[in-house]
Design a protein around this ligand. Structure first.
Ligand code: ADP
Length: 234
């Protein structure tokens, strides 16, 4: 991969990325090439088993590709020494498997994302409250996840993902299993993030046609390959 100045490099670039499981019997990703410019809101769709979650896991350095390169901000993440720090500092994750901690309040769930960042307790608290207000959860800060609706929990997860000002937000089915009203609010939130945070790049796996329609571009992953790419004007 050519060396480029970090400011000019795309937010994300996958070059011939393959991920095989079971000694190559399962080709979860089978030669994916994808360039995501800074600030793009990319929706990834496609049938179940197409490789969407696998792709997000590789970008988040939760797993390594069998071959190919994943570059974030021009840097090949295979060279990352501390994947947890990379995720904490550069990536905002909204994953089903990264659930909220049930024994903590909404605010505390956002605050813990900022541990180890050098912010004081007061700063972490203030920032968490601001982020929760941004996702329209002012007044719900002290509730534990069990006393929030599914849509509210998802918005706490989004607030937490934004806590450390990531350059890249990765979301896996952020509207999955939500009622229609909650879906509307999540849709509005993504549309707002897209318009207001021009530096934030978002890669969102979704089956929701309306969420995909709000994206700048939609790619489809099928049998581990990118099948089609549709772009809409901003
Ligand atoms: P999607 O998110 O599009 O539903 P996945 O990325 O979860 O697709 O899965 C792609 C393919 O890889 C599927 O055939 C799945 O069964 C397989 N797969 C995913 N993870 C593993 C694993 N850890 N071991 C073996 N096969 C896997």
């Amino acid at each position: 991969m050519s060396e480029s100045h970090p400011d000019e490099a795309p937010a994300l670039q996958l070059v011939d990325v393959r991920k095989y499981f079971d000694n190559g019997e399962v080709k979860a990703l089978d030669g994916v090439n994808l360039t995501v410019p800074r600030g793009e809101f990319l929706a990834v769709t496609g049938p179940s088993g197409g490789g969407k979650s696998t792709m997000l896991h590789l970008i988040a350095a939760l797993d390594r590709p069998t071959s190919g390169t994943v570059c974030v901000g021009g840097f090949d993440i295979a060279h990352i020494k501390d994947p947890a720090a990379y995720r904490r500092e550069q990536i905002g994750l909204v994953f089903q498997l990264h659930n909220l901690l049930p024994q903590l309040t909404a605010a505390q769930n956002v605050e813990i994302a900022m541990f180890g960042t050098g912010l004081s307790r007061t700063q972490r608290r203030q920032r968490a409250l601001g982020l929760l207000a941004d996702v329209d959860l002012a007044g719900r800060e002290k509730r534990p996840p069990t006393k929030l609706s599914g849509g509210e929990r998802q918005r706490v997860a989004i607030a937490r993902a934004l806590a450390n000002e990531p350059t890249l937000m990765l979301a896996d089915e952020p509207t999955g299993s939500l009622d229609e009203h909650s879906v509307d609010r999540i849709l509005a939130l993504f549309a707002r993030l897209r318009d207001e945070r021009s530096d934030l790049t978002m890669v969102v796996v979704t089956h929701d046609k309306r969420l995909a329609a709000a994206a700048d571009r939609v790619v489809q992953l099928r049998d581990g390959r990118i099948e089609q790419s549709a772009t809409r004007s901003r």
